[in-house]
Design a protein around this ligand. Structure first.
Ligand SMILES: [Zn+2]
Length: 199
């Protein structure tokens, strides 16, 4: 075979992928490499996807490695296309994307860049002065400075999320941010845009 003669072909790639995404012990790999091209490709693809999902979930759950993703991991437990990306309104779509990825100006994020450095437990909200950390959950669910802007969002959430009124604030936050309902996502984006103007 060309691969055995030192030439690079699809078998070389398969060997490389087998090393990166172990599918079993040595003899299992050998019998696997003897499969026809198509079944092998299908198996490798499936295995690569599974390994990627596992690594991805481990990575986003590691707060020390990824401090910026501390909120993201609360609502992102599945690797899938996010329905909010289907929203037609670009401003709303962008506002939600930035909020989900912590690309915003809340103190939990800006505090990382202050000199001297502000520890996470000292990044208090300067909008309400209630001595509470200004993170995404505080901003969306609690901050007293945005009670009026929050009203339509909560009304919409109560309409589309089962048992919303009985949920904890954290669960309300997770349900809203991970919603697949277009009207609720639009209300979320509108809240984020309105409150950003007050920053
Ligand atoms: Zn506040």
């Amino acid at each position: 075979m060309l691969h055995d003669a030192g030439f690079s072909n699809w078998v070389t790639t398969a060997h490389k992928l087998c090393k990166e995404h172990p599918i079993g012990n040595e003899s299992e790999i050998d019998s696997f490499l003897n499969l026809e091209c198509e079944p092998m490709k299908r198996m490798l693809k499936k295995k690569s996807q599974e390994n990627f999902k596992t690594t991805w979930l481990t990575d986003i759950s590691d707060s020390e490695k990824q401090p910026k993703l501390r909120t993201y991991k609360k609502f992102k437990s599945k690797l899938q296309f996010e329905p909010y990306l289907n929203l037609h309104n670009v401003k709303i779509r962008t506002a939600i994307a930035q909020f989900r990825l912590s690309a915003h100006h809340l103190r939990i994020e800006t505090g990382r860049h202050t000199r001297p450095y502000t520890p996470a437990d000292k990044r208090f909200c300067l909008k309400c002065n209630d001595n509470l950390i200004q993170d995404e959950e505080h901003h969306l669910m609690l901050c007293a400075a945005f009670v009026n802007q929050r009203m339509p969002l909560l009304q919409c959430a109560a309409q589309y999320i089962n048992g919303f009124d009985n949920l904890s604030n954290t669960d309300r936050f997770i349900q809203i941010v991970s919603s697949e309902n277009t009207k609720l996502l639009t209300a979320l984006g509108t809240f984020l845009i309105d409150t950003a103007k007050c920053s």
